[in-house]
Design a protein around this ligand. Structure first.
Ligand SMILES: [Fe+2]
Length: 164
């Protein structure tokens, strides 16, 4: 197995998070359906953007000579950790608000990873990776803002004195 640099490993991690974001988005979409249809549309867009992010990351990983397999292994390992978090956090009692709260954690984590990748990339001199980070970071910022706003919107519809 090829050993990865910190930069390559971080690329693997954001790739895995983009994979996991698609599953999480689809799962929360099912919770929001019928409860918050405008949020459902937002989730659909987020899932599409996560798929595009995964695609771009995988394409870029192919450019790392002899490292693609190891980067994708790292991605799958990250994805499976994130999937475990998803299934631990959301169970059969979960509602749309629970779903958006989970996504708030997940998107904050994703955004944080991209910011770290940006920091590493600035010193690595890889123009292609720099381009990917510049494309992905604002999208991740928007995702985080959208799910935290979504949580607050759903919370505003709750009756605080009702039993949980
Ligand atoms: Fe995201």
């Amino acid at each position: 197995m090829a050993e990865l640099t910190k930069l390559e490993a971080k690329l693997g991690e954001v790739t895995g998070l983009a994979m996991a974001a698609q599953d999480a988005g689809k799962k929360v979409k099912r919770l929001a359906e019928g409860e918050a249809d405008d949020l459902v549309q937002q989730l659909e867009q987020m899932v599409r953007e996560a798929a595009e992010t995964e695609e771009r990351c995988v394409e870029l990983a192919s450019g790392f000579e002899g490292k693609k397999t190891a980067i994708l292994d790292e991605a799958r390992a990250t994805k499976s950790k994130a999937s475990e978090m998803l299934s631990t956090y959301l169970d059969s009692d979960s509602d749309a608000l629970d779903g958006f709260e989970f996504l708030t954690m997940a998107e904050a984590g994703e955004l944080g990873h991209w910011a770290v990748l940006q920091e590493l990339t600035q010193r690595a001199g890889n123009a292609e990776l720099q381009g990917l980070v510049e494309w992905a970071l604002p999208i991740q910022q928007r995702h985080f803002a959208a799910v935290s706003d979504g949580s607050l919107k759903l919370a505003a519809e709750e009756d605080p004195s009702e039993p949980a």
